[in-house]
Write a protein that binds this ligand. Structure first.
Ligand SMILES: [Zn+2]
Length: 246
């Protein structure tokens, strides 16, 4: 995707959030940064950009977390910059690789000429949940499209939803209460279950002088881990909201 497309989606989102000049600048900087670094090739007379490798969902999530944590620390510059970078990759992920060369170039030029679908931005800003699970799902569901209008709609919609999720500073109601309850349950049940069954296995192994008993409690440990999944999700949500252990 061309800079012009990244920037026009970015500006549409910045308008909705009424970003200040400085905030908008760092946001837009982040939006074009992935295409900027060391990726220019020079030919006599002009230089051109070299397409960067597609970022994996994991890399996009890293930028999302960096953005979120920067905002929690009140480092808005890094917050907007990393948010911009995450959105850049999501927008690139919306475009199909297509054919390299002339047709591709022509399509990208055509794409850059399209206006941002405001409706898609609006829907994205409404349909979001401020949680890492939601953002992750949004990234995974971003599929490469061939149709130019579809690319623009998906890129705008997903970008707006992720921006809204990251920028939402309101804490879900009753969240800290829910969290401390889950922590207590976790401490009461899951940890002793996992540690205890391992300990049993280990002591049997020592007594029998054979490694076999260590394997016996493995299903139990696995079960404890599976039962623990909601707790781990909640823990990530606590981190997302800047809540620490007390
Ligand atoms: Zn790119």
């Amino acid at each position: 995707m061309k800079w012009r497309s990244h920037l026009s989606i970015g500006n549409a989102i910045a308008d909705r959030f009424q970003m200040s000049e400085g905030e908008r600048r760092s946001f837009l900087d982040g939006l074009v940064e992935p295409d900027r670094h060391g990726e220019r090739a020079n030919r006599p007379g002009h230089s051109y950009r070299v397409r960067h490798h597609r970022a994996s969902d994991r890399v996009i999530m890293i930028h999302v977390w960096m953005a979120r944590k920067s905002f929690l620390r009140n480092d808005t510059y890094q917050g907007y910059r990393h948010l911009g970078m995450a959105l850049h990759y999501i927008q690139d992920k919306s475009t199909s690789k297509g054919l390299m060369g002339l047709t591709h170039e022509r399509r990208e030029k055509k794409l850059a000429g399209l206006t941002v679908p405001q409706k898609a931005i609006e829907v994205g800003l409404k349909k979001y949940v401020s949680s890492p699970e939601f953002v992750r799902g949004t990234i995974v569901r971003t599929k490469p499209k061939k149709d130019l209008e579809e690319i623009m709609v998906q890129a705008s919609f997903r970008s707006a939803a992720v921006a809204a999720a990251v920028l939402d500073a309101s804490q879900p109601p009753l969240f800290s209460k829910q969290m401390s309850l889950a922590r207590r349950r976790h401490a009461l049940m899951h940890t002793p279950l996992a540690v205890g069954s391992m300990a049993v296995g280990l002591s049997l192994a020592l007594a029998w002088n054979s490694p076999f008993p260590i394997i016996v409690p493995l299903p139990l440990v696995l079960l404890a881990l599976i039962l623990d999944r909601p707790y781990r999700q909640l823990k990530r949500l606590a981190e997302w909201n800047g809540l620490r252990r007390h």
